[in-house]
Design a protein around this ligand. Structure first.
Ligand SMILES: NC(=O)c1ccc[n+]([C@@H]2O[C@H](COP(=O)([O-])OP(=O)(O)OC[C@H]3O[C@@H](n4cnc5c(N)ncnc54)[C@H](O)[C@@H]3O)[C@@H](O)[C@H]2O)c1
Length: 469
């Protein structure tokens, strides 16, 4: 499918961008390599058998600490994939100014083949392996959810960590993406999808960019196709629908569906729950292969499942004018070249799906500072805020009601704070990358511009810190 492995593709993109920077070749090589690779095998009792589980944790960089990156549960997990995903995390964090270095983990299992009890045993044993080798901790390396994992697994991880490190006051900050009741933050669940939406909305608002693509400005009325209805795909599709776009195509494992008038995401999810498949959704046309979605008639294609799905073979058939990489590494380098030639805009994974890590940063800060975000305790603020409300009303001569009154009296909700921080982050990152691209017309695509931004930020860290010893 591609001449490059996943890590090879990341290295190729890095090299392509490095020529637009002025860093010493030694620094560039150091930024590119993975600093620490932990490949492990451990036994777990499944029924009356002992199963040997293969797993990984890769810390791509230590230019900032802790390292940060999700944990993937899938049969396809391998060292090359985990290295590539760890490297992308370094660049992602740099672009959105989240002070972490990149890491990633994975367990080579099909989670659907295990009971929740067995998955818990595997997750806890994996966590204990990370603890033994100092590959996890609030100031060392902080995992998060990724493909095949979610809040449940993160709760098992934090519980295992806290049990094995009794008395560690910051234990909650050893992992993010936890349930809200276990130190998680409101807004983390939908953060990656919302970040994808904010990033693409910003691109869609740029008149010069849209003129080049021959598309009208704005989200309203855009036809969107999403591959993968998991955490990232579902929320991305929902936010597009809520803001006036038409989600015309969706795909899951079992196939794809299309309706040029738009599909109702919630109803499709409900249909899949009851019928076991997205196929045969009323009013839509079925496609037997899930990859058919990639070639559907639309304005924006959003791959939100796994890597290497758009490649040299199917890229010539893609009809979208914009590809929003919600998944990590969905395009091969061959596809990238085809899209650059065809004038199709690829909005790259390495910042577009940074919503998860951005909100994870808020969660980590909340855990370390041992506070709650948002609404202040009524008893602390009521008198002062009631006074402020009175002042505003007498100055403006108008009564303040509804949401505004709530905001003045009690401050914003945690989820509103988180979302506004995320929105600002994604808008700033999009503009920064576009500015670099516009200032240097020799940069061939937005991905390369994003890498230039990332390399310059990580390079600056090395230059300022010096090389030890
Ligand atoms: N979860 C996060 O916060 C996060 C953050 C950044 C990036 N990502 C990336 O987003 C991607 C998806 O992650 P997720 O967390 O949504 O995973 P998930 O497990 O919640 O969902 C993935 C979905 O894709 C479906 N799928 C798998 N192969 C498919 C195919 N060939 N065609 C159509 N559907 C397919 C699966 O059935 C599943 O429903 C991954 O590349 C991940 O690395 C996730």
């Amino acid at each position: 499918m591609s001449d490059y492995s996943f890590f090879g593709a990341v290295e190729k993109s890095f090299d392509k961008a490095a020529q637009f920077t002025t860093w010493d070749p030694g620094i560039l090589e150091q930024i590119k390599q993975c600093n620490a690779v932990y490949r492990m095998h451990f036994p777990v009792k499944i029924g009356d058998k002992i199963e040997v589980i293969k797993a990984y944790r890769v810390q791509h960089s230590h230019h900032k600490l802790p390292c940060k990156g999700g944990i993937r549960f899938a049969l396809s997990v391998n060292l090359d994939e985990v290295m590539a995903l760890a490297a992308l995390m370094t660049y992602k964090c740099a672009i959105v100014n989240v002070p972490f270095a990149g890491a990633k983990g994975g367990i080579t299992i099909d989670p659907k083949k295990y009971t929740p009890y067995e998955l818990e045993k595997i997750t806890r044993r994996y966590t204990s392996e990370l603890i033994k080798k100092n590959f996890i901790g609030p100031g060392i390396d902080v995992p998060a959810p990724d493909y095949g994992t979610g809040e449940r697994e993160m709760a098992w991880i934090v519980d295992t960590y806290a049990s094995m490190r009794p008395g560690e006051i910051d234990a909650l900050g050893c992992v993010t993406g936890k349930p809200v009741t276990q130190g998680g933050v409101r807004g983390r669940r939908e953060a990656t999808g919302l970040g994808v939406f904010y990033g693409l909305r910003e691109v869609l608002s740029m008149k010069d960019v849209m003129d080049k693509l021959g598309l009208p400005v704005g989200v309203e009325g855009k036809r969107v196709v999403v591959q993968g209805l998991g955490n990232v795909g579902y929320h991305t599709a929902k936010f597009f629908q809520e803001h006036g776009a038409k989600v015309v195509g969706l795909s899951e494992y079992e196939g794809a569906i299309y309706n040029m008038d738009g599909l109702d995401i919630e109803k499709v999810v409900e249909h899949r729950k009851t019928k076991g498949s997205i196929l045969n959704f009323p009013g839509s046309t079925n496609f037997a292969k899930n990859t058919d979605a990639l070639e559907m008639e639309c304005d924006i294609l959003i791959p939100a499942a796994l890597e290497n799905v758009v490649n040299g073979q199917n890229a010539p058939n893609v009809k979208a004018k914009i590809i929003g990489e919600a998944a990590n590494g969905p395009l091969t380098p061959e596809a990238d070249e085809i899209f650059a030639k065809r004038g199709i805009l690829v909005v790259p994974d390495m910042y577009l799906n940074a919503g998860g890590v951005t909100v994870s940063y808020f969660e980590w800060l909340k855990n370390l500072s041992h506070v709650r975000y948002g609404r202040m305790e009524k008893r602390f603020t009521e008198n002062l805020n009631t006074h402020i409300l009175g002042q505003i009303e007498s100055l403006t001569g108008k009564k303040v009601n509804g949401k505004d009154k709530e905001l003045i009296l009690h401050g914003p909700e945690e989820v509103d704070l988180v979302r506004s921080g995320l929105e600002e982050t994604m808008i700033t990152a999009t503009r920064e990358i576009m500015d670099v691209w516009k200032k240097n017309p020799q940069i061939p695509d937005m991905r390369t511009a994003a890498y230039v931004v990332a390399i310059n930020k990580v390079g600056t860290s090395y230059a300022e810190l010096g090389i030890f010893p």
